[in-house]
Write a protein that binds this ligand. Sequence first.
Ligand code: SF4
Length: 597
Amino acid sequence: MNKCDLILIHAPSVYDFRSKSILYGPISDLVSSTPVFEMYPIGFTSIAEYLERNGYRVRIANLALRMLKDPNFDVEANIAQMDAAVFGIDLHWLPHAHGSLEIARIVKRLHPNRPILFGGFSSTYFHRELVQRHEVDFVMRGDSTEHPVLELVNYICSGGQAQPHIGSAEYRQLESVPNLVWKDSEQQVHVNPITHCPQNLDGLLLDYSHVLKSVVRYRDLANFLPFNTWIRYPITAVLSARGCTHNCLTCGGSASAFRKLHARQKPSFRKPEELASDIRSVSRFSRGPIFVLGDIRQAGDDYANRFLDAIAGFKKPIILELFDAAQPKFFNRVARALPDFTIEISLESHDDQVRKTFGRPYSTEAIERTIASALDAGCRRLDVFFMVGLPKQTFESVMGTVDYCGQLISRYTSNGEKRLAPFISPLAPFLDPGSRAFEDPERHGYHLFFRTLEEHRQALLAPSWKYALNYKTRWMDRNAIVSATYEAGRRLNLLKGEYGLIESSIAAATDKRITRAIALDKEIDHILTIDNLPERQARLKDLKTQVETSNLSTICDKRELELTMHGHRFRWISMAQVVLQEMWKDGCRYLSRHSER
Ligand code: SF4
């Protein structure tokens, strides 16, 4: 690999997942990734693009995906032949606590003189614990680190040392890098204040053209792919905001978590016209659905209207998420602008009391009116999400939620339509650090088992997801959460099969996987009672093959979330044009930067 200024590495959730026998459960059923969580954060692309625009060479190395795709992929050999002035590793989602730290340890062993930078929401939360580790030199805090990372890379590339002497010029330079956490030569930790928290997303390019260019420049598709099945189903996300106006109890992306972690008092929004332009840019190369992250009404009706005016006439599939109930006039406007739209909304529970305690502001009745209006306006699909592990929620309440899903399905399939699809999943494996439930668990009816980063790292090695859960509630212990999840999944799957929302063969296969997962859960419980450690480990290892066949699409088939696609997935000619344009612009910037140096 040619030398870069920065290599951004994405690690698997558990580093040695290929040799371990871990029953991950349904933790990734409703996301595009597998339980390895091979999808890298969207911040990788914005940081890479921002630095390249400023004359630096940046690569993304999705080691999680490489390891997943190729059982013989040699991680150490791959890292050994990388070279960069700085290695950046994301610890954004806490389920990466094990893999990210292991990868950091390997990078430090193979490249002892290269600094290692961590970033992401979990890194921000655990910055002190993280920076005290030998393998971590820097942590960049905050939700918008493109510019602070540029300042740090400027410092390193002009010869700055990772741990400068107290009082030296380099020491003073590091003191001035916003959001940075670092150590001096005496191993004293310095936490620079979060002074970089931009109030808008202007100046960022969030349209993936940089990723396309990098794939061609480095002749490297494998490291830039976002997740395992992306070539078959190229769904892409665009970002409407950083921050949220809502305050769901367990969410690390809530308003209160953003205030606490990132010093963000209110969300910053992408300009509505730029958001529309991001979508059109993505559609130049991909025919896949585009997911707009963040409710477009968060910044007010004027924002939503401006966005819909700017995107009007866009005919490709768009997925919009709603954080609150919506009126018919909103859907009519969406339908006029975006004829192929899908809606996602989280109802969480059928019980208003449970949902309200969780922090969702709407009633079941309001959402039922919303569902009816969206379907009347012609939305292509409407996905409704429910969750297990909520405050005031019992096993019986979860079953009540499934009964309610049955009523919804029956109501909206009676005329032969199949546009409404309910999903249920557990709140797993972790309550998000920084969320209200994590910060003050007992007050909200939660009990936390793990607090520190190290405890979470260890928890990820538990043989089944039940023991990795970092919480129980006053109403359900970990056993009840796991049983309620499997039973709810089983009943909902049967309902979907019965009403024809999914093919009977798919329903039968899912049912079989649920039965096998329940049996494995019991078997693992039994093995954990064995006192003799070597015997216990051997018995767990014997389960590896069975466990592996239960780790994907446990309680629903992942493909149920996909929108049907016809024809070619990509527009190859447009893609080539985008690449050429970007490489030309990039070459000019690179030359100009290096003639300045
Ligand atoms: S879960 Fe709630 S708080 Fe979190 S991003 Fe969604 S709406 Fe905002």
